[in-house]
Ligand binder design. Structure first.
Ligand code: AKG
Ligand code: FE2
Length: 159
């Protein structure tokens, strides 16, 4: 995934560098319109495993995908506290940590205060529309994640 991200961000990131985020994410919606089927299949497989894990862990019956993105967090990047209300009716946000050979870059929560040190292969799932969270500054190296958003409302399913 990391290799794919590095090799394809110019191809699948936004066509033009519009803002800080445009060359930091590759969305599955970009891949579905284009060629790299193996990566899309892998992202989909991950997404369905994550939905299974959320159903089982949180005891919810219905959950639908909204978006899945590969994200790069270069040295010096961070994300201030926020809630995930970009997509309508998000009920769960999930982060799959793809590497850990960097420093900083913890996912943090405000209330209750909590910090999660990324471990490769670990999955973090939480109610991202309600719980304020953010990402501490990456102080050395580069952080990579697969970020996903899910809804319980079938009318708010992603593209
Ligand atoms: O990468 C993380 O730990 C969290 C990212 C996040 O909160 C977001 O993209 O909305
Ligand atoms: Fe978030």
């Amino acid at each position: 995934m990391i290799h794919f991200f590095d090799a394809n961000i110019e191809k699948y990131g936004s066509a033009h560098r519009q803002n800080e985020w445009s060359h930091r994410t590759i969305g599955d919606y970009a891949l579905s319109a284009k060629a790299d089927r193996d990566v899309l299949r892998l992202l989909n497989r991950v997404k369905f495993h994550v939905m299974d894990a959320i159903r089982e862990f949180f005891g919810v019956r219905f959950i639908y995908p909204q978006a899945s993105q590969l994200v790069i967090w270069p040295e010096g990047s961070e994300q201030p506290e926020h809630v995930d209300t970009y997509f309508p009716d998000t009920s769960f946000s999930a982060i799959l940590y793809l590497n850990e050979n960097f420093e900083g870059g913890e996912t943090f929560f405000i209330d209750p205060a909590h910090r999660i040190l990324p471990q490769v292969g670990a999955l973090l799932a939480f109610d991202g529309a309600t719980l304020e969270h953010g990402v501490g500054r990456v102080t050395r190296g580069t952080r990579y994640t697969n970020a996903m958003w899910f809804t319980g409302n079938i009318r708010s399913v992603g593209p």
